[in-house]
Design a protein around this ligand. Structure first.
Ligand code: 26M
Length: 822
């Protein structure tokens, strides 16, 4: 008895070893001589999962007693990254497991590298959801994350002939030991058809939605373990399937082909993640995905609530539902539908519950990125919801018309429905009206929201607005990805900082300590050597680990201005060509990031970077002073290797465009200094680390606005600046493209004639800041001091702090420590 218990839950090396061997033999039917690397990976993962399970079950039990308020996070994306190493860290058995695996004759790192990461997100928004799940569990807050179990996540990027090519991400091909399929937990979701209206025997108006498609959502649960606590929350992702009843009906009617087709239509809904990180023209399937997961999730929450014997009216007391951008905003109409049509509540009561349930986080200031759905298309997919949105809007417009009588512009702007050649539904308005709280993701972003895209909403309900500056989890982004730095820090100030990041402040007093500086820079050097090896393996390119590692990694976007960085690279190259003996600080400029497959300009920017790399990296004049790397397939796995090796963090978006950024935080926490504009969370990072430790450049958000109002004239910058002119002429004349002048035509034209992102306006200021970076880097002791101070002052940017703020100020939830029996 004791033995069995121990093999499932014991945390000692011995117990882990036995668990791994047992799994290999009894679950997989393998013995060491024939077990593959993946067999071992599975065995270790299952051994770890066993240890998680008792915490998971204890957490769920405790939450189900009905006394506790639960956070429900709705997100179309979760960019989790690999599970195994993270779970080992949060369970506190990394060392023991490493030893157990070693005694079985294998290397734990070798197995960890085998894991295919679940890439169920595009970028910042999806990764933020993953960090928030980690912090919720670590802070012992009852929470459940809801989303979609895409069969194919974000595409894999390959570079061929310098261009991005996409490959499907079949992340489930070797199985997924971290999820538990719960076939018994499933809900039906209707699509299309029409709505019948009738009066029942009691004279009550009723609606009956007759769909033309019914889909089944099946729950797949993944445990989210907190760090150094028992709390283990659930990430519940929905997979779409054909309901049994449906295909049988068709099958019996003789429609075998129809039945097969229906099955495919149903399974399609959770098939693939849309690889755009902003709204493109409305695709029916995308709307179906959003409604599918939101409907399953709300049915699930209502079921949990009612099973506890509580009144439906108290739903909002049990669950607070956070909308991660507008992707799940249809939930406002769906909860109304469920309360009205299924639970027969009156409109006022249903609306009161709904608006006490939802809170909305906005992640963008780009007006073109706000979600809109063509009204006609929307009505075809969700006819009942269209009626409800009309009714919500009618009642709202009545109030607004009284309040803002005569201000037609404002009234039109607040309407849930946009008019034009075609009518459309404004999801940000639905989310804003249906929520009791609205927040931006950095101080500047929230201020700009109130002044621009949500101005009228702010004037209408200022009490709804607040700022919640983003954060990142130090478990994954320091402890896991940078164990060497973690050990060095913990050696000086203990391990408390891992859960209370403000304790990093304790490093300040060592910033000038020569020995500590040396140890600090040694860790950095070691990380740069590791990354150099990866670069050599992957790209057959040799880079100098003593050079300044200048890192620009994020989605490819014009507003993020990878082109500005490219212009700096060309300028450095031209300085060398002009003076081959020039004494300059050697640099390795590292780019990485995916472009949305349909975003032509972003793809051209990748080609520009790889083309510059081809010329620079092969020019004998350059020698070891400059290298350009485009590291392919940027994802969580690769990010974890890149951040620790960075000296310089490029955060150079046009001011007023980047809502927050989170890569800026991860790089800074790994000791990189930032070169950046006053955009997003950069503003707050600079305030925290001190302006003397931040390389600021460029126009601020107000100045950007002013330049635009006065008419931006890129051509004058080109004409007046010989270095800039040379760089642009070279791109244009085919210097980097084998004299082919077509390759970068649209890019150059955009920069010179109608660039929304003011690249040329910030060029000289950027070059000056980069020169200052290089000068500072020459003084190794100074650089080390700045890097240490930088890390010491970054405590604010833990996602634990963000989540505490959400809990106290929006969700009104408290921690519930989970106790384990025996
Ligand atoms: C929308 C409609 C159809 C298909 C895809 C989308 C879509 C998907 C992802 C739109 C936006 C998406 O992500 C946007 C995003 O990642 N925003 C970033 O959010 C981060 C977390 O708050 C911020 O730090 C970044 O500044 C912000 O750009």
């Amino acid at each position: 008895n004791i033995l069995i218990e121990d093999a499932r839950t014991g945390l000692s090396v011995e117990a882990l070893k036995r668990a791994i061997s047992n799994n290999l033999f009894y679950v997989q039917g393998k013995f060491p001589e024939i077990a593959t690397r993946n067999d071992y990976y599975m065995a270790v993962s299952y051994a770890v999962r066993d240890r998680i399970l008792k915490r998971w079950v204890a957490s769920v039990k405790q939450y189900l007693d009905g006394k506790h308020r639960v956070v429900s996070y709705l997100s179309a994306e979760y960019l989790l990254g690999p599970h195994l190493a993270n779970n080992l860290i949060n369970l506190g058995i990394y060392k023991e497991t490493g030893q157990a695996v070693k005694e079985l004759g294998k290397e734990l790192e070798w197995l960890i590298d085998k894991e295919i990461e679940p890439g169920l997100g595009n970028g910042g928004l999806g990764r933020l959801a993953a960090c928030y799940m980690d912090s919720l569990a670590t802070l012992e807050v009852p929470a459940i994350g809801y989303g979609i179990r895409y069969q194919f996540g974000i595409f894999e990027q390959d570079i061929r002939d310098g261009w991005q090519v996409e490959d499907t991400d079949n992340w489930l091909r070797r199985g997924n030991p971290w999820e538990i399929e719960r076939r018994e937990l499933n809900y039906e979701v209707k699509f299309g058809g029409h709505v019948q209206h009738y009066t029942d025997n009691n004279g009550k108006f009723c609606s009956n939605w007759i769909p033309d498609l019914v889909v089944k959502g099946v729950a797949y649960d993944t445990p989210i373990l907190g760090y150094d606590v028992n709390t283990t929350n659930t990430l519940r992702l929905w997979k779409s399937e054909a309901p049994k009843s449906f295909d049988f009906q068709l099958f019996n009617a003789g429609g075998y082909n129809d039945a097969v087709r229906q099955k495919i239509v149903c399974e399609n809904i959770s098939k693939v993640l849309y690889p755009n990180d902003e709204q493109e023209e409305g695709k029916i399937l995308r709307l179906q995905q959003q409604y599918f997961f939101v409907s399953c999730s709300l049915q699930d929450m209502l079921g949990i609530h009612l099973r506890q014997g509580d009144k439906i009216q108290d739903f909002y007391k049990k669950f607070v539902v956070q909308l991660n951008d507008t992707h799940p905003a249809i939930g406002v109409a769906e909860l109304m539908r469920l309360l009205l049509d299924k639970y027969q509540l009156e409109w006022e009561e249903a609306w009161d519950i709904t608006t006490k349930t939802f809170a909305y986080t906005n992640h963008t200031l780009l007006p073109e990125a706000l979600e809109k759905w063509d009204l006609e298309l929307f009505g075809r997919v969700l006819p009942r919801h269209l009626e409800l949105i009309y009714e919500i809007n009618r009642r709202f417009m009545d109030k607004v018309t009284v309040k803002f009588y005569g201000d037609h512009h404002k009234i039109a702007s607040l309407s849930l429905i946009g008019e034009g050649p075609k009518k459309y539904i404004k999801m940000a308005n639905l989310a804003s009206l249906g929520s009791f709280a609205i927040n931006g993701v950095a101080a500047l972003h929230t201020e700009l929201l109130k002044k621009t895209v949500l101005k009228d909403w702010y004037e209408l309900s200022p009490e709804k607005f607040s700022n919640k500056t983003n954060g990142v989890t130090p478990r994954r982004w320091m402890v896991l990805s940078n164990p060497e730095l973690t050990a060095l820090i913990s050696d000086k100030i203990g391990e408390g900082w891992i859960k209370n990041l403000d304790e990093l402040r304790g490093l300040e007093k060592f910033a000038q300590d020569q020995d500590f500086q040396k140890a600090w820079m040694d860790v950095k050097h070691q990380q740069k050597v590791s990354l150099s090896k990866k670069i050599l393996q992957r790209l057959r390119l040799r880079v100098d680990a003593d050079s300044l590692f200048d890192v620009h990694v994020k989605r490819m976007h014009e507003y993020k201005r990878q082109v500005l960085n490219a212009l700096h690279v060309i300028t450095l190259y031209n300085r060398i060509k002009h003076n081959p003996d020039i004494d300059m600080v050697p640099r390795t400029v590292i780019f990485a990031g995916k472009a949305a497959p349909g975003y032509k300009m972003a793809k051209q920017i990748i080609k520009l970077i790889t083309s510059i790399g081809e010329i620079v990296n092969n020019d004998p004049d350059v020698r070891d002073r400059l290298k350009v790397v485009f590291y392919p397939n940027y994802n969580v796995t690769n990010a974890q290797k890149i951040y620790p090796a960075a000296d310089l963090s490029e955060q150079i978006s046009t001011a007023g465009k980047e809502a927050s950024g989170t890569g800026n935080m991860k790089l800074s926490l790994n000791g990189a200094l930032t070169i950046g504009t006053l955009d997003g969370a950069n503003v707050e990072i600079r305030e925290c680390v001190g302006e003397e430790n931040f390389f600021l450049f460029g126009l601020n958000a107000d100045e950007v606005e002013e330049v635009r109002v006065n008419g931006y004239d890129p051509y004058s910058y080109y004409n007046d600046n010989p270095d800039l002119k040379l760089a642009l002429d070279q791109i244009n004349d085919g210097y980097f493209s084998h004299l082919n002048t077509d390759t970068f035509k649209t890019l150059v034209r955009s920069l010179m004639f109608d660039d929304q992102y003011l690249v040329l306006a910030d060029y000289q200021s950027y070059i000056d800041a980069q020169d200052k970076v290089a000068e500072t880097f020459r003084d190794k002791s100074k650089w080390a001091e700045m890097s240490i101070l930088n890390v010491a002052r970054m405590g604010k940017f833990s996602s634990d702090r963000s989540i505490k703020d959400y809990c106290d100020e929006i969700w009104k939830v408290k921690p519930v420590p989970v106790k384990l029996k025996n």
